[in-house]
Write a protein that binds this ligand. Structure first.
Ligand SMILES: NC(=O)c1ccc[n+]([C@@H]2O[C@H](COP(=O)([O-])OP(=O)(O)OC[C@H]3O[C@@H](n4cnc5c(N)ncnc54)[C@H](O)[C@@H]3O)[C@@H](O)[C@H]2O)c1
Length: 258
């Protein structure tokens, strides 16, 4: 308990999946939260479920103009900003031959542009708070080649490289801000539910024991990622900056045909 006591954190895409799990865990460990999402009902519900102070802010992360408002609201409510989790994202399925230009731009806007806007807007506020931790949600798709995720891989690859550039900038500025990327493999959230149905025709809800199926398929659970987010948000990771942290139980390092 108390690993992030009194830290103020923004988590985007907090209404569902990984963002929701991050919110629950950081709140349990003492953080004050500003949760953003386009899904207002679920976002408000998550904020109400948090153990500690938490407010919901309606935001489309791909809209540049939403970011100054989010940061200003955070400072007005809690007086500082210590942690930004750029978690909101979408995945669409399409390979290099089937991806439309609209699909490409949408996926890059929601995943990559948003992370750029978020980091750029948060850094001055974090600097004034004496430093902080930026946690950018990438994916193992940034590290391996998955043909059905062309635009998503490009967006997550961009986040991976941008994170290192930001980490170096903050190191040079000596502003006390760290910036790291997280690269989950498959984690069971609504996003992966949809992908399993679309790509593999697997309907987990219809399985006799979805939990056994999850484990048999080597799929992680949201708390696996939330534990890493908590570590990066806390002072325990104070010497980790510009790192890419893979969380996939070895799925991306071996022979995937075995
Ligand atoms: N689940 C996985 O296996 C997995 C693996 C690697 C990376 N990721 C990444 O983790 C993050 C969270 O994914 P998840 O699995 O929890 O997905 P999810 O679909 O369960 O949750 C995503 C959340 O983002 C919100 N969102 C979508 N577009 C938005 C926008 N424009 N503005 C604000 N909020 C928006 C959604 O409303 C939703 O609440 C994403 O960036 C995803 O790419 C997930």
């Amino acid at each position: 308990m108390g690993r992030v006591t009194n830290k103020v954190a923004i988590i985007t895409g907090a209404a569902s999946g990984l963002g929701k799990a991050d919110a629950m865990l950081l709140s349990e460990e003492g953080a004050k939260l500003v949760l953003s999402d386009i899904n207002v009902d679920e976002g408000k519900r998550v904020a109400r479920e948090c153990r500690n102070d938490a407010l919901f802010f309606e935001q489309d992360v791909s809209k540049e103009s939403s970011w100054p408002d989010l940061i200003a609201t955070t400072i007005a409510e809690f007086g500082r900003l210590d942690v930004l989790v750029n978690n909101a994202g979408i995945a669409t399925i399409g390979n290099i031959e089937s991806t439309s230009t609209d699909q490409w731009h949408e996926v890059l806007r929601v995943n990559l542009d948003s992370t750029f806007f978020g980091c750029r807007t948060a850094i001055p506020a974090m600097s004034k708070s004496g430093g902080g931790s930026i946690i950018n949600m990438s994916s193992t798709t940034a590290l391996v080649g998955l043909s059905p995720y062309l635009a998503y891989s490009a967006a997550k690859g961009g986040i991976r490289s941008m994170t290192k550039s930001i980490a170096m900038h903050c190191h040079e500025q000596k502003n006390g801000i760290r910036c790291n990327s997280i690269h989950p493999g498959s984690i069971l959230t609504p996003m992966v539910h949809n992908a399993l149905e679309t790509l593999a025709g697997i309907k987990l809800k219809e399985q006799e024991d979805p939990e056994a199926t999850r484990k048999a398929m080597g799929i992680g659970e949201p708390l696996d990622v939330a534990n890493l987010v908590l570590f990066l948000a806390s002072e325990e990771s104070k010497h980790i900056n510009g790192a890419e942290l893979v969380i996939d139980n070895a799925a991306s390092i071996g022979d995937i045909s075995r």
